[in-house]
Write a protein that binds this ligand. Sequence first.
Ligand SMILES: C[S@@+](CC[C@H](N)C(=O)[O-])C[C@H]1O[C@@H](n2cnc3c(N)ncnc32)[C@H](O)[C@@H]1O
Length: 237
Amino acid sequence: MKGKLFGIGVGPGDPELITVKAVNVLKEVAVVCVPQAMPGKPSLALKIAQDYLSEDIEILELVLPMTENQDELERAWQDAGLKILEQLEKGKNVAFLTLGDPSIYSTYSYVSKVIKRMAPYIEIETIPGITSFSLAAARAGVPLVEKDESLIILPVGDRQILLDSLIGESNVVLMKISRDFDFVVDALENSERMDNAFLVSRCGQKEEKILKNIGNLKGQKIDYMSLIISKNQGEEL
Ligand SMILES: C[S@@+](CC[C@H](N)C(=O)[O-])C[C@H]1O[C@@H](n2cnc3c(N)ncnc32)[C@H](O)[C@@H]1O
């Protein structure tokens, strides 16, 4: 019998913010896959899950570089998919760890597509996790949406898409803000959203910061693990 693949959201950082279902699966699987930006780099996802793993678990490190080069990315997803498939073909159940929720900008979605394409007979189950922005809103004590409000979730990349998202009435979650931080600051300022925005770094981790005066950070290097929540109206922080 072939093994089953589980995509597991481990939450944003606090090991208590992982679901009971994820913990139960982690105790049972034979292999845990840990995505890494470069070989040997300590994995935060593994650190979160560590206490829930069985002693004899096999750890499969997958190097998935942070690059904008599409060819390089596709090669890495393909290699990762093949390595995972090798384990599944041996009948081992495999858990792929992902920070936050696997459905939100996660490498897991690309790698699981590769596996689906190569081996459609493999059973795959995705176990959701708490997203970084859900925890960020909770830590700031601010609701993400109320009544008829809408929410835009946007990775910083295309500048025009970013500007368009800030024009309307939606609440906006900006992720991957470190890619173009000073532009984000100007965009919030120009759209008169600065007063109702806050930045959260390393949410759920011991280095967590929640900052209101985002404009003061212009010119500084921002931690990749940071996001901004831009509310459409003032909230007491
Ligand atoms: C590749 S996405 C992964 C998102 C993740 N799957 C989730 O559900 O939150 C990485 C981006 O998520 C945000 N992020 C992830 N973890 C975070 C944390 N603990 N605190 C603040 N932002 C975080 C940052 O914007 C970061 O650039």
